[in-house]
Design a binder for this molecule. Structure first.
Ligand SMILES: [Zn+2]
Length: 658
C-alpha cells in the first residue's frame, strides 16, 4: 500500500512542490505501511485452505485474527468520540461545522500522523471520480477554517495529491493506548444536485459524510487511504457521536441516533403523536405538510429563530441527517426483540406528493419484522429507522435516503434492501470499499429472501433474475467474470455491480442450498455474533462458516468467490443404470451451481429433482446424478431458478424417437 502512495507522490505530473513541502509530503505518507505487527510476521505466516493475500496471512500470524473465523486473541480496533455542531440555513447551501474528536489508538503501533477523511471533496474539480458528473454536482469542497491538536492551533497543510483523505502529521506520535484531541471548524457547500447528499429542494437537505473524520487504521490494511470516488462507498470505525444540528425554527431534522430534548422542540400536538408512535403498530401522522407550513409543529418561531436538534448515538459507524420545513412526518413502531419486548421506531419523512411514501412506515415495519424474525433472524439492533425521501437508494445507520416510485412494489423492495444494510455494513463494520460483496451481497440476499416472503418464490425469482442476475448471465464479459473477492477499488462499472450484488448474493444462496436452511442460519448468526461491532475480513466470514458448519467448504468458496467461473451446466449423457438412470452433467462455465432437473417419462408424467452444489464437490467438471425410477425416461431439462444459466441450448436431452 505505501508503495502505491509513494509512487503516486514521485510520479505525480502536477508541478513539483517546494523541496520542503515535498519532503513533508513524503514523510507524512511514509508511515502508511502495513501495521508493525503485520510487517514483522509477514515472512513466517502459514496458509489457510483458501487463497490468502499476504497482509491477511500476516494478521493470522500476528494473532489479531484466527483461522477458526474468530477474532484473534490480539484483535484490536480504534475508536473515537465526536462532538459536532453544524449550522444549516436553507436556502443558503453553506454548511458550517465545528467538532471535537477524541481518537484513541488501541493498535500496537505508534502513529506519527493521522489520515483525515474529507469526503465532501468528492465534489471538487479534479477529484478522482468513477464516472462523469454534471456541473451541479460540483462545489469547491471542504474548507478547513481552523485546526487544533490537543488544544494547540495548527496550520492546516493541504496535501494536493489526494482529495478525500489528507495526512496530518502530529506534533508528537500517538503512542499505543493514548488518545489525541483534535478540533476542527470547517464549511462546505451542499451540491445543488442531490445524490447521496445535497439539496433535495430549496428547503429540504440531506446532510451526510459532512464532517472531518479519522480514517480507519486496522490490523491488516493499515491506514485506509482510498479515495471516495464515490461508487465504492465507505469504511468506518465504530464511534460515539453527539451531534447538534442548528436549523431555522419551523424545520424538522431527522437523523441517526436518539433525539434529545424532544419536549423542547415540538409543540404539544405533534409531541404527543410522536410519543404515541413508539407503541403504535398503525401509522401516526406526526406532522403533515399543512401543519409544517402553518408553523404548528416545532417550537420557537419569529424571524431569525433557530432550533438545536441534538442527536446522540454510541458505537455506530456514521451519522446522517435530513431536514425540511414542509415534509410529511409519519411514525409507528414494531416489535423487533420478542425476548426483551423491545420495539423499534419506524419513521418516514417525505414530500406529500409521493404517494408510495404514504405507505413507507408500514414497509419499514414489515422490513424490521422480517429481518428480525426470518433472515438473518437477528433482532434489529438499533432503536429506529427513518426512510427519508431523497433520490439515492442509499443506506445510512438508522436511515435510508430513497427515491419515490410510482410502483409501490419497487418502493418496498428498495426499502427492504436499504434497511437490510443495517446488518451489513453498519452493525458488522464491513470494509465496503474493498469488499462490497460483504455488504451489498448480503443486502441483496436478504432482499431476495424477504421478497420470497412478500411475493412467493416464483414471482420473486422472476423479479430477482431480471433485476440482479440476467445481465451477468447473458453478457459475455471477462470483467464481469472476475472473482467476487477482487478488491473493489480495482473494479468498475458492471464488474463492480455484478460482483458486489447479484453474483455474490447467488453465491451465498448457493451455500444456503448446500448447507440447508438451519445450518446456514446457524453459520450466519454465528458470523454476526462473532463480528458485530468489529471489522471482519472476507476470510473471517469464510472460516466462520467452515467452523460452524463443521466441514471444510473451501472447495465451494474457491469455486464461487475466488474464480472467474460463470454458470453454464449441460446434460452430457443419459444412461440406464441399475434401478434407474445415470444423468451425466457437465459444468461448462465452472460455477458450482444448484440445479433442478426436470424429468419427462413415457407415460406422460414428469418429476423435478433438485441437486445442490454438493454434486460438484468431488469433481467440479462432471457430475453423475443417479435417478431411481421404474419409468421410462424420455426427456431431461433444467430449471435454473436464480442461478441463471448462460447457455440453455445444452440443457436438454431427449430419448431417441421421442
Ligand atoms: Zn445496497
Amino acid at each position: 500500500m505505501n508503495k502505491t502512495i509513494r509512487s503516486r507522490v514521485h510520479r505525480s505530473s502536477t508541478p513539483r512542490p517546494s523541496t520542503a513541502a515535498f519532503a513533508w509530503a513524503v514523510a507524512a505518507v511514509a508511515f502508511l505501511a502495513a501495521p508493525a505487527a503485520a510487517r514483522a510476521q509477514q515472512a513466517s505466516a502459514g496458509s489457510g485452505p483458501l487463497y490468502e493475500p499476504r497482509n491477511v496471512k500476516a494478521a493470522y500470524a500476528a494473532g489479531t485474527r484466527s483461522r477458526d473465523g474468530m477474532p484473534g486473541p490480539d484483535y484490536w480496533e480504534n475508536h473515537a468520540s465526536y462532538r459536532i455542531t453544524i449550522d444549516a440555513s436553507p436556502p443558503d447551501r453553506t454548511i458550517h461545522g465545528s467538532e471535537e474528536v477524541v481518537y484513541r489508538n488501541s493498535s500496537p503501533d505508534s502513529l506519527p500522523a493521522l489520515i483525515i477523511k474529507l469526503l465532501m471533496n468528492v465534489h471538487q474539480p479534479g477529484a478522482p471520480r468513477f464516472r462523469g458528473v454534471s456541473k451541479d454536482f460540483m462545489t469547491s469542497g471542504v474548507h478547513i477554517d481552523s485546526f487544533a491538536v490537543n488544544g494547540a492551533a495548527q496550520e492546516w497543510k493541504d496535501f494536493p495529491y489526494a482529495f478525500t483523505w489528507k495526512p496530518v502529521k502530529l506534533p508528537a506520535a500517538l503512542m499505543p493506548g493514548d488518545s489525541v484531541r483534535l478540533h476542527f471548524t470547517w464549511h462546505y457547500d451542499l451540491a445543488e444536485r442531490a445524490s447521496r447528499e445535497g439539496v433535495i429542494d430549496s428547503t429540504t437537505y440531506y446532510i451526510a459524510y459532512f464532517y472531518p473524520r479519522v480514517a480507519v487504521y486496522d490490523d491488516y490494511e493499515g491506514w485506509d487511504t482510498m479515495e471516495h470516488t464515490p461508487s465504492h462507498e465507505f469504511y468506518s470505525d465504530f464511534n460515539d457521536y453527539d451531534v447538534t444540528v442548528n436549523v431555522p425554527a419551523g424545520y424538522v431534522v431527522w437523523g441517526t441516533g436518539t433525539l434529545q430534548d424532544v419536549d423542547r422542540l415540538l409543540q404539544p400536538g405533534p409531541l404527543a403523536r410522536f410519543k404515541n408512535s413508539f407503541t403504535s403498530d398503525s401509522t401516526i401522522h406526526v406532522a403533515t405538510r399543512e401543519q409544517m407550513l402553518a408553523g404548528k409543529v416545532t417550537t420557537g418561531g419569529g424571524a431569525g429563530a433557530t432550533n438545536a436538534w441534538h442527536f446522540t448515538a454510541k458505537y455506530v459507524p456514521d451519522m446522517a441527517f435530513g431536514l425540511s420545513n414542509h415534509y410529511d412526518w409519519d411514525a409507528a413502531s414494531v416489535l423487533v426483540d420478542d425476548a426483551g419486548g423491545r420495539r423499534a421506531s419506524v419513521q418516514a419523512a417525505y414530500n406529500d406528493t409521493a404517494s408510495d411514501f404514504h405507505h413507507m412506515v408500514q414497509f419499514g415495519r414489515h422490513s424490521l419484522d422480517l429481518l428480525s424474525h426470518t433472515w438473518p433472524g437477528v433482532p434489529y439492533p438499533y432503536e429506529k429507522t427513518t426512510e427519508f425521501q431523497g433520490g439515492a437508494g442509499m443506506e445510512y445507520p438508522m436511515m435510508a435516503n430513497d427515491a419515490a416510485y410510482k410502483d409501490s412494489t419497487m418502493s418496498r423492495f428498495v426499502a427492504e434492501h436499504e434497511i437490510a444494510h443495517t446488518y451489513m455494513p453498519f452493525y458488522m463494520g464491513i470494509d465496503e470499499t474493498r469488499y462490497g460483496f460483504m455488504d451489498e451481497g448480503w443486502a441483496t440476499t436478504f432482499e431476495y429472501l424477504l421478497g420470497v416472503e412478500d411475493m412467493g418464490k416464483a414471482r420473486e425469482t422472476k423479479f430477482f433474475d431480471q433485476f440482479r442476475v440476467n445481465r451477468w448471465a447473458h453478457d459475455n464479459s471477462a470483467a464481469e467474470d472476475l472473482a467476487i473477492t477482487t478488491p473493489g477499488d480495482i473494479l468498475g462499472g458492471a464488474a463492480l455491480g455484478i460482483n458486489e450484488y447479484g453474483k455474490a448474493a447467488i453465491g451465498y444462496l448457493a451455500m444456503k442450498d448446500l448447507l440447508g436452511d438451519a445450518t446456514f442460519k446457524k453459520c450466519l448468526q454465528a458470523y454476526i455474533a462473532r463480528w458485530h461491532g468489529k471489522h471482519p475480513s472476507p476470510w473471517d466470514f469464510f472460516y466462520t462458516f467452515d467452523d460452524v458448519a463443521g466441514r471444510p467448504l473451501d472447495w465451494f468458496w474457491t469455486n464461487w468467490f475466488f474464480s472467474d467461473h460463470y454458470i453454464d451446466l449441460a446434460v452430457a449423457d443419459v444412461d440406464r443404470a441399475g434401478d434407474g438412470y445415470d444423468l451425466t452433467l457437465d459444468n461448462i462455465g465452472g460455477m458450482d451451481a444448484p440445479v433442478d432437473l426436470v424429468l419427462g417419462f413415457a407415460d406422460g408424467s414428469s418429476k423435478t429433482v433438485h441437486e445442490t452444489p454438493a454434486i460438484w464437490e468431488k469433481d467440479q467438471k462432471r457430475a453423475v446424478v443417479h435417478v431411481k425410477t421404474d419409468g421410462t425416461l424420455t426427456s431431461v431439462g433444467m430449471d435454473h431458478q436464480i442461478w441463471v444459466d448462460a447457455d440453455t441450448s445444452n440443457d436438454g436431452w431427449k430419448a431417441k424417437g421421442s
